[in-house]
Design a protein around this ligand. Structure first.
Ligand code: MN3
Length: 207
């Protein structure tokens, strides 16, 4: 089968400044994301039949089906690969503001307001002990939910569909924000690509 490919970054390294600095973006994409991609491809070797024809999202949605000898490796490296693919897509130099359309209505029903939802996601991200992610997800019952995950664990593995994610591994912010994770999380709302979040929401709701 074809290798997993590092998708092109949809903007330049400095496009999200001043909120995310160019050096962090470049290292994050060309080193960290590339390494998850390479490590995942190394795990494919010898297990080509299992991976053949499956997307990484399909694989992470059914971790019990992953061959036992590479299962944790795929959760870690495949999770890192998939999470970063999605991360770049939900950030944009034209981002910020609030959701609109059907998602905006659902957010209001669930959380009371968009600001309240952002606050809950920020809290989930900031309070994640050690490395991980803060998320907005759709549950199996198509309800909106805020959560966090450790390491590169994906909500897909517990039956939830990711709509938005914030990387709180130190590599995502340390060069610019050092220990100030909360300041980084606050800043990232300025570059959230609500078009993409809304697209993911509509796609899942239709299923
Ligand atoms: Mn990262």
């Amino acid at each position: 089968m074809a290798d997993f490919m590092l998708p092109p970054l949809p903007y330049s390294y400095n496009a999200l400044e001043p909120y995310l600095d160019a050096q962090t973006m470049e290292i994050h994409y060309t080193k960290h994301h590339q390494t998850y991609t390479n490590n995942l491809n190394a795990l494919v070797k010898g297990h080509e039949e299992f991976f053949d024809g499956k997307t990484i999202e399909e694989i992470l949605s059914d971790v019990e089906a992953i061959p036992a000898d590479i299962r944790q490796g795929v959760i870690n490296q495949g999770g890192g690969y998939a999470n970063h693919n999605m991360y770049w897509s939900v950030l944009s130099p034209n981002g910020g503001g609030e959701p609109f359309g059907k998602l905006a209505k659902h957010v209001k029903q669930t959380f009371g307001s968009c600001d309240k939802m952002k606050k809950l996601i920020s809290q989930a991200a900031i309070s994640q002990f050690g490395s991980g992610w803060g998320w907005l997800v759709l549950t199996e019952n198509k309800e909106l939910e805020v959560m966090n995950t450790l390491n590169q664990n994906s909500p897909l593995s517990i039956g939830k569909t990711p709509l938005l994610l914030i990387d709180v591994w130190e590599h995502a912010y340390y060069l610019k924000y050092q220990n100030r994770r909360a300041e980084f999380v606050e800043a990232i709302w300025n570059v959230i690509n609500w078009d993409e979040v809304e697209r993911r929401y509509e796609k899942k709701k239709k299923k």
